[in-house]
Design a protein around this ligand. Structure first.
Ligand SMILES: [Zn+2]
Ligand SMILES: [Zn+2]
Length: 302
């Protein structure tokens, strides 16, 4: 199960009723954030899913609307007396940017580990298999694929048929072979078929790139930017390395995603729903995120 919340859905600058874009992701009581624009800590407090449990911050790029909330977040975690290492991931330049922001948040109660990525790396965070991939935003910018594996089910009748005593079942269930009286039993002898797990894709601040449908192939949920709605904004979208609603929808369609959620709206968009039909004409299962909106993904699509 994965819990998700769009803490903020704005791009460029915050508005009175729209915070800057950040996604809160929770798996089994631990959390990560994708992006941390100014004021993200307020959204975390309002949501109430926990501050202390944030183990990772995945930054897409270093425009201020995506990372200027970092010093405040680090201080809020210190106030919450965090002890464990916080892992921060981001594209080339991460060390320089975080060290710069740390000038105003020098003393923390916990260590910070920085992971500078080129795109293409895979790593684990809060039990999710994360893949970073390059986007096209006129500066180093990453999209993230989050995958929660779904372990194969243990089948007791198989274990019984092999005569494996009950006290060894858990070991096999966890994927470790067991040797009894010279005979080795492998986990696959007592487990069912592999299950597909859950996949979430997050990509904002980019022109459409092939890597998005590739990494988001048949994902359960795709978060893409809804920077501009109407067609006349296309030249601006190209100039500023952003997307139209319809371009995001075409990527979700190409990926055969289960659903698309748009976020990161331009300040020129007052009511995102007004432009939603432009996306739904191409990919019907599109929704517009709002600040504080939550979703829970279950393993029910197996
Ligand atoms: Zn942005
Ligand atoms: Zn940007």
């Amino acid at each position: 199960m994965i819990d998700l919340c769009t803490l903020g859905t704005g791009g460029t600058i915050p508005m009175p009723d729209r915070a800057l874009s950040s996604l809160y992701v929770r798996v089994k009581g631990r959390s990560l954030l994708i992006d941390c624009g100014e004021g993200t800590q307020v959204g975390v407090q309002r949501l109430g899913w926990g501050m202390q449990c944030i183990d990772g911050i995945l930054l897409t790029h270093f425009h201020a609307d995506h990372c200027s909330g970092l010093p405040g977040m680090l201080l809020a975690l210190t106030k919450a007396q965090r002890q464990e290492t916080l892992h921060i991931y981001g594209p080339a330049g991460l060390t320089r940017v975080v060290e710069g922001l740390r000038v105003i948040a020098p003393q923390l109660s916990f260590p910070v580990a920085l992971h500078e990525l080129e795109g293409g790396e895979a790593f684990e965070c809060i039990g999710l298999q994360v893949t970073a991939f390059p986007l096209q935003h006129g500066m180093p910018c990453l999209g993230y694929r989050l995958h929660l594996p779904h372990p194969a089910a243990f089948e007791p009748e198989k274990a019984r048929a092999l005569g494996i005593p009950v006290q060894h079942w858990k070991t096999l269930q966890k994927g470790t072979p067991v040797t009894l009286e010279g005979v080795t039993y492998l986990p696959e002898q007592v487990l069912g078929a592999p299950r597909r797990g859950l996949t979430v894709l997050y990509a904002t601040d980019t022109r459409p790139v092939e890597a998005i449908p590739e990494h988001g192939f048949r994902c359960d949920m795709m978060f893409l930017e809804g920077m501009y709605g109407p067609e006349e904004k296309l030249p601006l979208a190209i100039k500023n390395h952003h997307m139209l609603f319809r371009e995001a929808a075409a990527l979700a369609r190409d990926a055969d995603a289960a659903r698309l959620v748009l976020t990161h709206y331009s300040t020129s968009i007052e009511e995102p729903e007004e432009f939603l039909p432009l996306a739904q004409a191409i990919f019907p299962d599109t929704a517009c995120a709002q600040d504080g909106m939550t979703w829970t993904l279950h393993y029910d699509r197996d």
